[in-house]
Design a protein around this ligand. Structure first.
Ligand code: FAD
Length: 390
């Protein structure tokens, strides 16, 4: 077929941009189409922190290193964290995960969405990554895919990568269904200053109304991700009352808080596509799966999709095979599906376990926490999984 490019990626969020950059670096001809207005603004260290931050696992940091952006992340700002403290009723009996348990320097890094987007986009030539352009329709045939763009033009590609997020229109146009639900919880996010230092620790308390996470930022502040059924009430409070509620909910682990930013909210979803591939098309990131942020895994899963897709296509091409064939694409799906389903089950299971007010369940959970803390091999295994080590 007469294709305009090898691979067209629709959606220039973190996952789509990572796929585009990775394939471009490997010699594929690539087009990235993003409907958002301007490319992300240049991030200056003096800019305030983006309200959306991610706890990036080492396995994703390895991808960013290969893409050549990790050094710039470190040179701008990121916050390594070495410990996680997870508790329910009593912070003194928290479940403690320590990087030292697996002889790692860190469990991961807290990094801003805006910084990652900026650094990935900065490396993509303007002729490859186009913003302010929407794909209005897509269709596949025996040779490839055709995209209809809202400027009236058409793009032919051998492979279509669908990276257009949770509400993916292209997924539906390819006839792939996604099952899911909206959680009753909404995440309230903001950054605060605490009385006591965070000591490079990520804190998470499971409350009956939802999990509260306090993530360490590089400038000493904490990023709050409070997933709760009471989001409306929390958003309506003035700063003083909100900070008092936060102090109470965090059981004083970091002392009193001072507000530094506005509060924003995000709806929370569980969603999974019934297939990740169709002829000449693959799904990556939130277009394929959406998880509750309680384990901080959404973008981590998406970056792992990106890494697996790049690896699969490059291996097939280098072996002289048809890298856009259904057989090769299925290999990508097999590589990702089990991992993603494990994470969906884990996050949804935790969500349900901690929300259920069933008698006896609370003491079972407390027993579980104590058992994990008392069994170093089990704790090490959980830490290994958390950092993506095999
Ligand atoms: C409160 C909250 C906290 C979170 N915390 C974490 C965390 O700690 N760790 C973690 O790993 N994850 C976290 N996540 C999840 C994470 O934000 C997502 O998993 C991630 O952003 C998904 O990236 P994506 O590139 O797949 O999709 P998106 O970021 O949704 O990008 C899709 C892109 O496609 C574009 N697009 C859509 N349709 C079209 C079209 N027709 N044509 C052209 N472009 C189009 C959109 O404009 C958008 O830029 C959190 C999420 C929430 C809500």
């Amino acid at each position: 077929m007469d294709a305009d490019c090898d691979v067209a990626i629709v959606g220039g969020g973190l996952v789509g941009a990572a796929v585009a950059l990775g394939l471009l670096q490997q010699g594929f001809s690539v087009q990235l189409i993003e409907r958002g207005g301007a490319a992300p603004r240049v991030l200056d260290v003096n800019d305030d922190y983006d309200l959306r931050v991610y706890a990036l696992a080492p396995v994703c940091i390895a991808l960013l290193e290969r893409l050549g952006v990790w050094r710039e992340v470190l040179a701008t700002r990121s916050s390594p964290y070495e410990r996680m403290q997870v508790w329910e009723d009593d912070p003194a009996r928290a479940l403690c995960f320590d990087a030292a348990d697996v002889r790692a320097a860190t469990l991961g890094h807290i990094v801003e969405n805006g910084l990652l987007a900026e650094l990935l986009w900065r490396r993509l030539p303007a002729a490859v990554a186009r913003s302010g352009l929407q794909v209005s329709a897509a269709s596949v045939d025996d040779d490839g895919a055709t995209l209809q763009l809202d400027d009236g033009s058409r793009l032919r590609t051998r492979l279509l990568v669908v990276a257009d997020g949770r509400d993916s229109k292209l997924r539906a146009q390819l006839g792939i269904e996604a099952l899911g639900t909206q959680y009753e919880q909404t995440a309230v996010v903001c950054h605060v200053v605490s009385e006591r230092p965070h000591r490079r620790t990520a804190w998470q308390r499971f409350l009956p109304s939802g999990p509260l996470a306090l993530l360490p930022l590089a400038d000493g502040r904490e990023s709050i991700v409070w997933s709760t059924r009471e989001a409306e009430a929390l958003l309506a409070l003035d700063d003083e009352d909100f900070l008092r509620a936060l102090l109470e909910a965090s059981q004083h682990v970091l002392g009193a808080f001072t507000a530094t930013t506005r509060r924003a909210r995000f709806g929370l979803h569980l969603q999974h596509a019934e297939a990740y591939v169709a002829p000449h098309a693959v799904l990556v990131g939130d277009a394929a799966h959406v998880v509750h942020p309680l384990a901080g895994q959404g973008v981590n899963l998406g970056f792992q999709d990106a890494a697996a897709l790049i690896e699969t296509l490059v291996a097939a091409r280098d072996a002289g095979r048809d890298w856009a064939s259904p057989r090769v694409l299925k290999r990508y799906e097999r590589a990702r599906r089990a991992d993603v389903l494990d994470m969906l089950a884990l996050t949804d299971g935790l969500y349900r376990a901690f929300r259920a007010p069933l008698p006896g369940l609370a003491s079972l959970r407390a027993l579980g926490f104590a058992a994990v803390n008392a069994a170093p091999p089990l704790r090490r295994e959980l830490v290994r999984r958390a950092i993506g080590a095999r």
